[in-house]
Design a binder for this molecule. Structure first.
Ligand SMILES: Cc1ncc(C[n+]2csc(CCOP(=O)(O)OP(=O)(O)O)c2C)c(N)n1
Ligand SMILES: [Mg+2]
Length: 286
């Protein structure tokens, strides 16, 4: 089943809100992981706006789907998704990474409603997701675990150990999503540690692999839907995304991993983008 028109509009609106709030929160903080946060905005909108079974009023509800943001530095995007789906007040986003906040820049499951795994040390979330999926299976749960991994993060050997186990155990309810935005901290994945063909690699590891453009809500939704229908093989979705996705200035900014809001040019670009997103959101809400 695809997305109905109204559903699609809701998810599109959610994506715009996540993008706006992610940029807002990171700008307010003065510096942060903008590029890798923006590349998963549409993915998060499809997950939280449609695909995930969640209960924002009961974040620890036993029958919820789980999400492990293994690339924890993109926490701002996840917080924006949670705030806009009712897990906590949007105003909290203004406190991103401030002393005493419940929104540290990297997710902490003991601090924030809706966060299922504490991440930020790259690689580790892959094993956590494998463990959670194993636990769910042992308790005969039908719930899913969504694992979001960065393409640079795949430099960590731990990812491949976890993938090998997920495929071996046929953890069909652990949906592995690789955010292939082709860049890592200080350069392209190609120049730092060539990933070769990730789809072929994951297939060789035993996964059923599908691909979706990172900004294509319908394609992402379809890939997830299709993954849920696979019953005898581990599943992986490769998100063909753009670091800085959805805001041309930040897509084109070469060094867009951690962006500092300390120049007029960057601040003006951010303010223009925020105003534009605000206008689009208003229009859609009318
Ligand atoms: C174990 C570990 N080593 C180094 C870092 C620092 N670090 C944070 S983000 C990042 C780059 C990750 O690249 P990628 O996974 O491609 O992230 P994205 O492009 O999605 O931002 C690095 C090296 C870390 N968080 N954890
Ligand atoms: Mg990357």
């Amino acid at each position: 089943m695809g997305m109905l028109t109204e559903e699609r509009q809701q998810v599109e609106l959610l994506a715009k809100k996540i993008r706006r709030d992610t940029l807002f929160a990171i700008k307010k903080m003065g510096q942060g992981h903008l590029g890798g946060s923006l590349s998963i905005v549409e993915l998060l909108a499809v997950l939280y706006g449609k695909q995930m079974t969640i209960n924002p009023k009961q974040p620890l509800w036993e029958n919820r789907d789980r999400l492990v943001l293994s690339k924890g530095h993109a926490g701002a995007a996840l917080y924006s998704a949670l705030a806009n789906t009712g897990f906590f007040d949007r105003e909290l986003l203004e406190t991103l990474n401030e002393g005493g906040t419940s929104l540290p820049s990297h997710p902490d499951r003991n601090k924030t409603p809706g966060i299922d795994a504490t991440t930020g040390s790259l690689g580790q979330g892959t094993s956590m997701a494998a463990g959670i999926a194993t636990g769910l299976r042992l308790s005969q749960s039908e719930n899913y675990v969504y694992l979001i991994v960065g393409d640079g993060e795949l430099n960590e050997g731990q990812c491949w150990e976890a993938f090998q186990y997920i495929a071996h155990a046929k953890l069909t309810h652990c949906i592995v999503i690789i955010d292939e935005n082709k860049k890592q901290l200080d350069g392209t994945t190609e120049e730092i540690l060539t990933p070769f063909d990730l789809a072929e690699k994951m297939k060789a590891f035993g996964f059923y692999v599908s691909k979706a453009k990172g900004a294509d809500l319908l394609a992402i939704d379809q890939a997830i839907q299709q993954s849920k229908e696979i019953e005898d093989q581990a599943v992986c979705i490769i998100l063909d995304s753009i670091k800085g996705q959805g805001i041309p200035y930040f897509e084109e900014l070469a060094d867009n991993h951690s962006v500092k809001f300390n120049s007029e040019e960057v601040n003006q670009a951010a303010e223009r983008a925020l105003a534009e997103l605000e206008r689009e959101i208003k229009e859609m809400e009318e």
